[in-house]
Design a protein around this ligand. Structure first.
Ligand code: DCP
Ligand code: MG
Length: 420
């Protein structure tokens, strides 16, 4: 799979970069006399564990997470180096700084690996494969380490690809060859297919991704529910997850605090419409769609409730976001309560290509296509002339309640919103 044409026009180009034998390679860089030797980074004591093994040590069967005693039985001549985590963190920052020069869309997965979405970099850097090569050269020249890179149209394939020619490898899965690439792979290569799922599938005679695809969606859903559907989609090479940059928010939303408490469902729905519209505008502006919609509502006594719902497909359409928020509102006891704050936010971002890919599979259960062009135009007009310029008719002609509008961002690890 090395070589071949770059992804066809319109396909996403995603890199997965993973440093080779990271801790061990940093130690070799720091202590050049170690080059070419089997090196084990980890605790040297009897209970020590291998954190990283150089590729020379791996020839003897040494691996990360192995007890050091086992590794040393396999390779008695290995040089054991105690870990220096602060140093690895520092080197990791340098490596990520190189990644970020190539694209703003860098999502770190661990200290030594990241997804990089090359969307929009073509004019500056040229075709994706060249970018992948240039990135590998830059990391080597500037940080003194090698990495392995996978290039594919979706995240999970890029991740599989980066592992295929380690160390110091570049593996591309050209757009259009995804199915052919996946068919012979063992099912364990798919993300989220753990040993128990594998065992269950193997009992049904499913060993490769091709077998899984042949088993079909219905059988997989029967066996594993939603996870079965997910695996089936992966077997088709479909993975809609966006590369979400570390610096960017993992959710976005808009909330308003009202000067006078809002009473009654119709008024609340209007508030939510205003917020859904603003959220949709920002999704469009960022080229994202979201699957999860959250409602936040706080009453006059400061009792705050948050609820969320996952949509069957990702959207950037204010009507769908508003509809979801209103469904969430139905679960709130609004009788005799006035509300001082409402907010709508969205999360679980996806890249927009998904819809196109689904269309290739046939329209079967998909809702009617969203008017992307219309939404983009509405958003652009509001962007230029202010939010009131084009407000959906459903909002009514009255002005929305006096507000202190606030845009919310949050990261996934933020503590859950408390309910008072
Ligand atoms: N690590 C660790 N304990 C583990 C696995 C990994 O401390 N059980 C640390 C040491 C590794 C680093 O994380 O160097 C990166 O992990 P990888 O899984 O990427 O492994 P390597 O980079 O060492 O090797 P590879 O070339 O296979 O990526
Ligand atoms: Mg690594």
């Amino acid at each position: 799979m090395v070589g071949g044409a770059g992804p066809a026009g319109g396909a996403r180009a995603i890199l997965h970069v993973d440093m080779d034998a990271f801790f061990a390679s940093v130690e070799v860089r720091e202590q050049p006399q170690l080059r070419g030797l089997p090196v084990l980074v980890g605790g040297a004591g009897r209970r020590g564990v291998v954190a990283a093994a150089s590729y020379e040590a791996r020839k003897f069967g040494c691996r990360s997470a192995q007890p050091m005693a086992v590794a040393l039985r396999l390779c008695p001549q290995a040089v054991v180096v105690p870990p220096r985590h602060a140093l690895y963190a520092e080197v990791s920052r340098s490596v990520f700084a190189v990644f970020e020069r190539f694209s703003p869309l860098v999502e770190g997965l661990s200290i030594d690996e990241a997804f990089i979405d090359l969307a929009g970099t073509e004019r500056l850097w040229g075709p994706p494969r060249g970018v992948a090569e240039a990135l590998r050269v830059a990391v080597h020249q500037e940080v003194g380490l090698t990495c392995s890179v996978g290039l594919a149209s979706v995240k999970f394939l890029a991740k599989i690809a980066s592992g295929m020619h380690k160390p110091d490898g570049l593996t591309e899965i050209p757009a259009g060859t995804e199915l052919e690439f996946l068919t012979p792979l063992p099912i364990g290569e798919l993300w989220g297919v753990g040993p128990r799922t594998q065992e269950k599938l193997q009992r049904r005679g499913v060993h490769t991704v091709g077998d899984l695809r042949r088993l079909g969606e219905a059988a997989l859903v029967e066996m594993f529910g939603a996870h079965g559907q997910h695996m089936y989609r992966l077997s088709l090479g479909l993975d809609e997850r966006a590369v979400v940059p570390d610096r960017a928010a993992k959710s976005l939303g808009h909330e308003d605090t009202y000067a006078v408490d809002v009473v009654g469902v119709p008024a609340l729905r209007r508030c939510l419409l205003s917020q859904a519209t603003r959220v949709a505008d920002r999704l469009v502006a960022q080229g994202l769609r979201a699957r999860c919609v959250s409602l936040k509502i706080r009453d006059g006594d400061f009792v705050t409730e948050t609820r969320q719902i996952t949509l069957p497909r990702a959207t950037d359409d204010y009507r769908e976001i508003h509809g979801a928020a209103c469904r969430l509102l139905e679960a709130v006891d609004t009788d005799g309560r006035g509300f001082r704050l409402t907010g709508v936010s969205v999360s679980q971002f996806e890249a927009p290509e998904r819809e196109v890919q689904l269309d290739l599979l046939g329209p079967a259960s998909e809702p009617p296509p969203r008017s992307a062009a219309l939404q983009a135009v509405l958003s652009a007009v509001r962007e230029r002339h202010g939010h009131q310029a084009l407000f959906p008719a459903e909002a009514g002609s009255e002005r929305r309640p006096g507000t202190t509008g606030a845009i919310t961002h949050s990261r996934p690890n933020e503590p859950a919103k408390r309910r008072r």
